[in-house]
Design a protein around this ligand. Structure first.
Ligand code: SAM
Length: 371
């Protein structure tokens, strides 16, 4: 279909069922602005129909940059000796969580580098339990909703995290292409074990989120189309994806990448196609989008995203959690984030939900289907 350009209604009808891979590749490569706008509107309509117009916040606490892994793209990789390593004190994490509840965000994400030692696992369990206890109130009868993003672990460890009170988990697959995965990770890391972890997370009862980096060197539209089909096939509840942004102190820091505008647009198209395919899931407008475009997150919302992750990491640590360069909001006080994001949400005609966990409707749909 080389010359075919789709209208809004045609896009919607194409996505009534999972479309063939060629259709996804067509949209991932189109440069026709009217067609891109048709996809955007179709994704927005799908979002409003299946999820409504609420935007849910997850306050992001990057509680430690200690990492046992050496991912080729990541600024906090073990071998980057320029980074000053930190772990935020337990009391300060809980303090940030309490603030998150006070300003009515409803949920938070605890993210860190990946470690597998007992001390780390117990630390995550302990802060999760404390946050639950210390944010429970008449407004939040079960405390803040907690999403963890702390990497690959055993089923037993995931069960422990779940028992501690976390109920959502983000683990990006990064890419579903085996060769590309190998080219961006050291030999010890592999796609199979990441897939296994994603299965364990479901088995442990989490709402499970995944995602890929977009615009990686060597990544093709075919690979991204496979990523989208993988999202659909494995029935995930949540998605967080964003453009790859090189970090100079990593092995991938000097590789050629597509221009920023093109990477942003591809990121937005991936959000729209994810929404059209998966319908009632939660999709984040990630900070990486805003690193490339000052209004990248608003654009993400208007292409079908419904989740934002305001920064709650104590300011003094943020400059040591630079996964990539030009990360936004590094100096921003969290109070400023509050106002800034509200304006951004309202600019695209959506509503900030308060005091709600904002769970993925898909999770409940997939669980009632088999119960
Ligand atoms: N260690 C945990 C894990 O791997 O799931 C959580 C933290 S990890 C730093 C979070 C995500 O940051 C990764 O899954 C990756 O997609 C993203 N990331 C890291 N470096 C990046 C870069 N240079 N550009 C864009 N995203 C990046």
């Amino acid at each position: 279909m080389p010359d075919k350009k789709y209208t809004i209604n045609e896009v919607l009808s194409l996505f009534e069922e999972t479309p063939p891979k060629e259709v996804l590749i067509h949209f991932l490569t189109t440069t026709d602005s009217a067609e891109i706008e048709a996809v955007r509107i179709a994704a927005e309509k799908t979002l409003l129909k299946y999820c409504g117009d609420n935007v849910y916040y997850r306050g992001l606490i990057e509680f430690s940059n200690n990492c046992a892994l050496d991912c080729g793209y990541c600024g906090i990789r073990k071998s980057n000796t320029k980074v000053q390593r930190y772990t935020v004190k337990e009391d300060d994490i809980v303090k940030a969580a309490r603030w998150c509840a006070e300003v009515r965000y409803g949920s938070l994400v605890l993210q860190s580098g990946e470690r597998h030692d007992r001390q780390f696992i117990e630390f995550v369990e302990r802060i999760t339990k404390r946050i639950k206890q210390e944010t429970t109130s008449s407004i939040l009868p079960q405390g803040l909703g907690i999403t963890l993003c702390v990497g690959e672990h055993s089923l037993e460890t995931y069960r422990g995290f779940r028992d501690a009170g976390a109920h959502r988990y983000l683990l990006r697959i990064e890419t579903t292409n085996d060769e590309l995965f190998k080219s961006i990770h050291p030999n010890q890391q592999n796609l199979d074990s990441r897939l296994k972890s994603l299965e364990y997370l479901k088995e442990a009862g989490f709402q499970v989120g995944t995602g890929v980096m977009i615009g990686l060197p060597g990544q093709t539209p075919e690979m991204l189309a496979d990523d989208l089909l993988f999202y659909k096939k494995h029935d995930f509840d949540m998605f967080g994806m964003g453009p790859f942004i090189p970090h100079k102190d990593t092995p991938m820091g000097n590789l050629p990448v597509m221009p920023e505008e093109q990477r942003t647009n591809l990121g937005l198209m991936m959000i729209a196609l994810t929404r059209l395919l998966t319908k009632d899931t939660n999709v984040a407008a990630t900070t990486a989008l805003q690193a490339l475009d000052p209004i990248g997150r608003e654009k993400g919302l208007s292409f079908g995203a419904n989740i934002l992750m305001p920064q709650l990491t104590p300011t003094e640590f943020r400059e040591n959690y630079l996964l990539y360069e030009n990360k936004p909001c590094v100096d921003e006080e969290k109070e400023d984030c509050l106002n800034c994001l509200k304006r951004r949400v309202e600019m695209v005609g959506r509503i900030v939900a308060q005091d709600q966990w904002g769970d993925s409707r898909h999770f409940f749909a997939r669980n009632t289907l088999f119960s």
